[in-house]
Design a protein. Structure first.
Length: 438
């Protein structure tokens, strides 16, 4: 007789004895089951929390529609059966794979590598070996020049992304007088807005309170270097540009007081720059542009001079309170060196020669072998006059140079046209066309 005949109730295979039931905390999902709701045909809906059977074997999936005796088949990524070698995944060849035999591989071009700030220093390069920074804005490179009080460094402006020149004081603890002179130079140069005067971009202080100013980076060679290789026409044109820049400064009431070949730069594309306005003098008749900048009289030590011996005017040796005529004398020494090929005052006896009243101011008299034009010789002599009142203005000097260059160009043009006409007539005569030749 079957149990069903005796009236005995058949146990529900999905029902769990009460002594082995555990109610999971509220909010914890039932593990291992693909369906959390019991089958409607077997168990009625229950309002109690889902129940999970706990077995000693650690299997937490009994009591759901997951059966231990029929485990889930392993996934495709599971471990292969024992005794079989796992398959090595194959990677399809890329488009950049080796070309078939018999074909020439296409050359690949590598873009030029941008120089890194960590690379070794090269001429004109920017490096980060120097940890000095100014508000994190500049990265410094090599030194472009050094003077008695300041130095000019090559730098890269990170905000704008361009190379600039930064001038700063060499000493770490400058005096009040040194700081005042440094700031004065920056203000004068910044207010002289002329193509031949280097523009100033920024005037500020670093973290230690030391002043600096950034300006356009000038690329080129100094007049000292070009004097050895440049033609006379090129040097005269550069000299005329310098005269124009000084005339502009004089119109603003500024006297440079240190004009020399080392402070003049000739660029690769014909540009000319007048540098180093550190000892410039502001005249009393200066206009509103620079009228608020004080002068420098009395700031130099008693045993020193403001300027460079050999290029400074005789009156500047005794009194720094000079006029515009002092710059004209300095321009005259430049013109003398351009025409004669040698300095007006020898470097070894510069001061003694400047004080001498017997020195000839004629470059043609010193170097008759150089075929110096009379008008240029006369201009140089009057610019080097020992009497400041006799010296011409910078504008008048520039006009005389340009007139000579224009006339020299006209003479060369006429000579070329004459040669062309002679050869044309000779060709016509040789070919029997006598009327055309005549």
């Amino acid at each position: 007789m079957s149990p069903k005949d005796d009236g005995e109730q058949t146990p529900n295979p999905f029902e769990t004895p009460p002594d082995t039931l555990v109610t999971p905390p509220t909010g914890v999902p039932q593990l291992g089951s693909r369906r959390t709701t019991p089958r409607a045909a077997t168990n009625p809906p229950s309002t109690t929390s889902p129940q999970i059977r706990v077995r000693s074997s650690g299997n937490l999936f009994e009591g759901s529609d997951h059966d231990d005796t029929n485990p889930r088949p392993p996934s495709r990524a599971s471990t292969p059966p024992a005794g079989t070698r796992p398959k090595t995944p194959t990677v399809p060849p890329s488009r950049a794979a080796t070309p078939p035999a018999g074909t020439r591989p296409k050359p690949t071009t590598t873009p030029p590598r941008r120089p890194s700030f960590a690379e070794p220093a090269r001429t004109g390069s920017i490096i980060a070996d120097d940890p000095t920074t100014m508000s994190g804005k500049y990265v410094f490179g090599e030194a472009l020049g050094r003077g008695g009080m300041g130095e000019v460094m090559l730098a890269h402006d990170r905000q704008i992304g361009r190379d600039v020149a930064v001038k700063r004081l060499r000493t770490g603890s400058p005096t009040e007088d040194e700081t005042s002179r440094f700031l004065r130079e920056a203000r004068i140069q910044a207010r002289l807005d002329h193509p031949a005067i280097v523009p100033v971009y920024e005037l500020s202080k670093d973290e230690l309170g030391r002043p600096y100013f950034s300006m356009k980076r000038v690329a080129g060679r100094t007049l000292t270097q070009v004097l050895e290789v440049g033609t006379r026409q090129r040097l005269l044109r550069a000299f005329a540009d310098v005269c124009r820049a000084i005339d502009f400064a004089h119109s603003r009431g500024i006297v440079h007081r240190d004009l020399k070949p080392a402070n003049i730069v000739l660029g690769e594309f014909g540009e000319v720059y007048v540098l180093d306005w550190g000892v410039a003098r502001v005249l009393e008749d200066a206009g509103f542009v620079v009228g608020d900048i004080d002068t420098m009289e009395g700031s130099a030590p008693a045993d020193s001079t403001l300027g460079t011996p050999g290029y400074m005017a005789p009156e500047q040796l005794d009194d720094p309170d000079v006029t515009r005529a002092a710059d004209i004398y300095s321009l005259g020494t430049l013109l003398f060196e351009i025409l004669s090929g040698e300095p007006f005052h020898p470097a070894a006896q510069a001061i003694e020669s400047t004080r001498s009243s017997t020195l000839s101011t004629s470059p043609a008299a010193r170097r008759p072998d150089r075929a110096i034009a009379p008008e240029l010789d006369a201009l140089c002599s009057v610019m080097l006059s020992r009497k400041p009142g006799v010296r011409p203005t910078a504008r008048w000097s520039a006009d005389r140079i340009e007139e000579y260059l224009d006339g020299d160009r006209d003479t060369a043009s006429r000579r070329a046209m004459a040669n062309e006409m002679v050869w044309t007539a000779r060709a016509a005569f040789d070919s029997g066309r006598r009327p055309e030749a005549m």
